[in-house]
Design a protein around this ligand. Structure first.
Ligand code: KG4
Ligand code: ZN
Length: 339
């Protein structure tokens, strides 16, 4: 059995995966969304304190599930990228358990773990193009094998998840913004969505940018406030316009990528990939390109430990262990960028 630990942002999560069959046996998560919601985003120090409270509770639950920890053969721990003060909390638990049980540690890249959310209780599929849309990243990745992955497009400024969160914050709707903005957008008839300019319309290469769109949303809210208070219908039209334009920007990049890539399978991962409108638009695009689409189950789109443990199993097979005294959090992503 392998234990996966995730604490890169505001979710404390543990999972147990069988090392022979790669079957997910148990997983549990304590989310901190309600604690951060009043601030409109994640407050790192608060997140760190809550991990310090929640991770031991989850470890006790894992122990109750197993009877004791002696069945554990390795621990996979998210080491980067993420918030340093929250990554450290997971790392301390991982190191303590690894030392106590005398078992190896496996250092996990959070972005690669999101890709492995596609393979929870499923066989691996490579080669694969991946659109990763989360609170921290907006990336297109070419994954040739678990060991050979390259970032081919990234955001020049904000990530898509962060932009959903900021739109929600500007409307006073709390954190996380994605599900709220999606729900409001759904209430708006498509033809009534506000019009926003498509980001990087004339850009020739592969790249994302969301800060201009976010600013256009801010200006639309200011303008409407000058006329009076924000009506529910305005909020819905604004959210629908933002979601539609941001998705069109994703599609524009994906279209360019798929047209030039020999890879015929696309994976969609990260917290934003739970968005039904985005899933539907990308599904239509894949049909147009004759490309297979892999989606993670909804419960594993946002941060979780099942994806960490799934990647950990592959690393364990390759004896890809990290010396306990050398393993520290790193501010750098392990994935090379070739854009
Ligand atoms: O992958 P994730 O849990 O954490 C990071 O690795 O960053 O992604 C969290 C992000 C948040 O910005 C949240 O607002 C967004 O995913 N999100 C959504 C939806 N559900 C979560 N964005 C759009 N639509 C959703 N339904
Ligand atoms: Zn994530």
């Amino acid at each position: 059995m392998l234990l996966g630990i995730e604490s890169s942002c505001d979710d404390s999560a543990l999972a147990l995966t069988d090392l022979c069959s790669a079957k997910l046996c148990w997983h549990s998560k304590i989310s901190q969304e309600s604690a951060h919601s009043p601030y409109g985003g994640v407050v790192p120090e608060l997140a760190s304190r809550l991990h310090a409270l929640n991770l031991p509770l989850l470890a006790q639950r894992a122990k109750d599930f197993l009877g004791d920890f002696h069945a554990l053969k390795a621990i996979a721990i998210t080491a980067c990228p993420g918030l340093s003060v929250t990554l450290l909390e997971g790392l301390m638990l991982a190191k303590a358990l690894a030392l106590g049980l005398k078992i190896p540690l496996i250092s996990i890249d959070h972005l690669q773990a999101h890709i492995f959310s596609l393979f929870i209780d499923r066989p691996l599929v490579f080669p694969l193009s991946v659109l990763l849309v989360s609170g921290g990243h907006t990336l297109i990745i070419e994954a040739h094998s678990p060991k050979d992955m390259k970032i081919v497009a990234k955001s020049m400024d904000d990530s898509l998840g962060e932009s959903f969160d900021k739109v929600s914050k500007m409307l006073g709707l709390g954190y996380p913004g994605g599900p709220v903005v999606e729900r409001l957008a759904k209430a708006c008839p498509p033809q009534e969505a506000l019009n926003f300019t498509l980001p990087l319309k004339d850009h020739k290469g592969l790249a994302f940018s969301f800060s201009g769109l976010k600013n256009a949303v801010r200006l639309a809210i200011l303008q409407e406030r000058e006329r009076g208070s924000l009506s529910e219908s305005f909020k819905a039209r604004l959210c629908a316009g933002f979601q539609k334009t941001a998705t069109a920007h994703l599609l524009q990049n994906l279209r360019r990528h798929l047209a030039n890539s020999p890879i015929k399978t696309l994976g969609l991962v990260g917290g934003v990939s739970a968005n039904a409108y985005i899933r539907e638009c990308i599904n239509t695009l894949c049909e147009e390109f004759g490309c297979g689409l892999l989606l993670a189950p909804l419960e594993f789109c946002s941060d979780n430990a099942a994806m960490v443990a799934r990647l950990g199993v592959e690393c364990y097979k390759n004896k890809d262990f990290s010396p306990i005294h050398a393993l520290d959090i790193s501010p750098h992503t392990y994935l090379p960028y070739v854009g």
